[in-house]
Design a protein around this ligand. Structure first.
Ligand SMILES: [Fe+2]
Ligand SMILES: [Fe+2]
Length: 324
């Protein structure tokens, strides 16, 4: 199966017309089939990206919008390596069908971390002292919080963070957020978003196999919301300060951008992150029957991949051979 032709089992196909039970049955049946096992649907790609010409305020020419985006981007590489560690802990306990997707997930997240770290060099060249921020974030998040959490909670936090990431990805690809971004960063984030949507259910399915507790899932969401929200605000505030601005000033700038977007008919684009990502994410996630595949992103994935291939960012044949 070509990677631009999403598997009906993984990406849903006409799942909007089916009940959740029918969709899950179809998904399980497809996963049991020899074809599904022979050719896993989740594969890492090696995008061709060069960040040399990236402007300081690369998102909508706005200091505030750029530093909000840089703030979360700063968290990605170490966060993605944490996701890999959390899932890898259970690798020998997952079913063989899921193990193939888990390996694809490792490969994709590893590639994302590397690509975002290349963008860090651009921030350094622009004069940002990101290394002291990274050091403090990694120390608190992974030397303290991760070590204090037992493995099932680490996995549950990963699952919840993957849900937030999938929302960010859907947003990036469908709400015109990236139309106002530097073209090379747009390509980076589009490639990342596509792969996030491709593997959005992997950590969830691992948790379901090894620790299927609703209470644990909810506890993971509580920790994920506090840590992602807290570190994102902290990193954004620090970057704004380094950029000669403040949180209060940035809020006013974002408000003005929202008004401009609304006048231009882009009402969703500049909704506050708290509402667009966190409130929506928590509401969806708390539903007891929630599954990441409830939303069908296959058309979004296929359309974005087609554009990235046309632009030469990803090449059709390369995906199968990228080592994880
Ligand atoms: Fe990622
Ligand atoms: Fe992910």
């Amino acid at each position: 199966m070509h990677r631009n032709e999403p598997s009906p089992a993984r990406h849903g196909g006409a799942q909007g017309d089916r009940t959740i039970g029918e969709r899950r049955e179809a998904s399980s049946a497809a996963k049991r089939s020899p074809d599904a096992r022979a050719e896993p649907s989740i594969r890492p790609r090696a995008p061709r990206l060069a960040f040399d010409g990236v402007r300081r305020h690369w998102l909508a020419g706005s200091r505030a919008a750029t530093q909000v985006a840089n703030g979360v981007n700063l968290l990605f590489p170490a966060g993605e390596r944490f996701f890999i560690r959390s899932v890898r802990h259970y690798l020998d306990r997952v079913s063989p069908e899921l193990a193939a997707d888990v390996k694809g997930f490792f490969g994709q997240e590893g590639r994302h971390a590397q690509a975002h770290e290349r963008l860090f060099d651009t921030l350094r060249a622009q004069g940002f002292d990101i290394d002291s921020l990274l050091e403090r974030y990694e120390h608190i998040a992974y030397d303290y919080i991760e070590k204090a959490a037992p493995p099932p909670l680490r996995l549950a936090v990963t699952v919840a963070l993957e849900h937030f990431t999938a929302i960010l990805a859907e947003d990036a690809l469908s709400a015109d957020v990236l139309a106002h971004a530097d073209p090379e960063i747009r390509r980076l984030l589009e490639w990342h978003a596509v792969e996030e949507l491709e593997h959005k259910a992997v950590a969830f399915d691992v948790l379901k196999e090894v620790a299927p507790s609703y209470a644990l899932r909810v506890l993971g969401m509580v920790v994920a919301t506090m840590t992602l929200g807290g570190f994102w605000i902290w990193a954004t505030r620090a970057l704004l300060e380094q950029d000669g601005s403040s949180f209060a000033e940035a809020r006013r700038e974002l408000e003005a951008l929202r008004e401009l977007a609304a006048r231009e008919g882009e009402t969703r684009v500049m909704d506050p992150v708290g509402r667009r990502v966190f409130l929506r994410g928590i509401r969806e996630y708390l539903r007891p029957g929630f599954h990441p595949m409830d939303r069908d992103h296959s058309a979004l994935i296929a359309a974005t991949l087609a554009r990235l291939e046309e632009e030469g960012v990803v090449v059709g044949a390369q995906s199968a051979d990228v080592p994880s």
